[in-house]
Design a protein around this ligand. Sequence first.
Ligand code: ZN
Length: 379
Amino acid sequence: MKETLSLGRIAGIRVGLNWSVLVIVALVAVVLADGRLPTVHPGHSAWVYWALALLTAVVFLASLLAHELAHAVVARRNGVEVDGITLWMLGGAARLHTEAPTPGAELRIAAVGPLTSAVAGGLFAGLAVWLDALHVSGLLVESVAWLAAINIVLAVFNALPAAPLDGGRLLRAFLWYRTGDRLRATRGASAAGRALGWFMVVTGFAAVLFAGNLSGMWAALIGWFLIVTATAEARQAELRGVLKGVPVSRVMTPDPVTVPETMTAGRFLGQAPFDRYRHSAFPVVTPDGGVAGLVTLGIVNQVPAEARSSTTMGDVMRPLPEVETTAPGDMVVDLVPRLQESRERRALVLDGGRLVGIVTLADISRVVTWLTAATRPRS
Ligand SMILES: [Zn+2]
């Protein structure tokens, strides 16, 4: 989930919003301002309902953030690097850079999320009771009570034993602890995730078709997300199993064809003195042989025809700091997620600053095919 708006750092962890989080704000605001609040406490003006509903939606986002922050902080304490947190349409996602090292760590990282939501739910419930006793406006009490209920629902839903929910991670930690086999544990949690996902899709659509309940669409959407994510997680785990211990040097294309920084776009496209049809991306080198960046055919092709004789590779290339780089001794397993996120889907292989190769996702999937063919022959 890409970050659209950065909120800076909280407890040292990068926090951002994806634009789709507006869907949550809108849904919560409509449900409260157009339904719940005027039904329970009629007689106020519309703007009071809407202002309170929007405020409640923002507090709700903050409680989602607290849930994800709890995951992130505990992950970091357990030696797992955290890339950041993004809030989006279906809640929050803490992006962990590496996997939990032990079943115990996995359990702690997963459990603290629903626990935080449950505690938040309890605190809001207590606050609602207290405000009610103080005879504060019933509207406000209603909003706080709604926050209590939604946080408890979130705690319970997230604790369901199905990947990629927190409960799925707990299930995986348990299976991993029992069998000592992380891959098998992941398969089990993923199967449970797909089962729950299909259940939600079917019941969601049934609610829409037979009961005319439109919120079934939301359940179906979340179910679909569970199916897709659980499947991807299992595939990623299989990949990890196959690529375990394989260094980048075994997968990369060594000594790639490079282009000089000073070469113009016109020359690159027209009469490049290299075997250009075999490749679509080229490292750009400086006159002294250092690596400056990466160009792709796609990038050069965007240079307008009239500017091609004056635009050089140095002008249009992605400069080195923006390009994924790796070392020949790095593990391919760790590179895959970075490549999948990267724009060019390839990395330059540098050995002490010197260019020794280039590696693409296509190279890696070819190697995966080879390795699976070798270890699992067709019978
Ligand atoms: Zn969670």
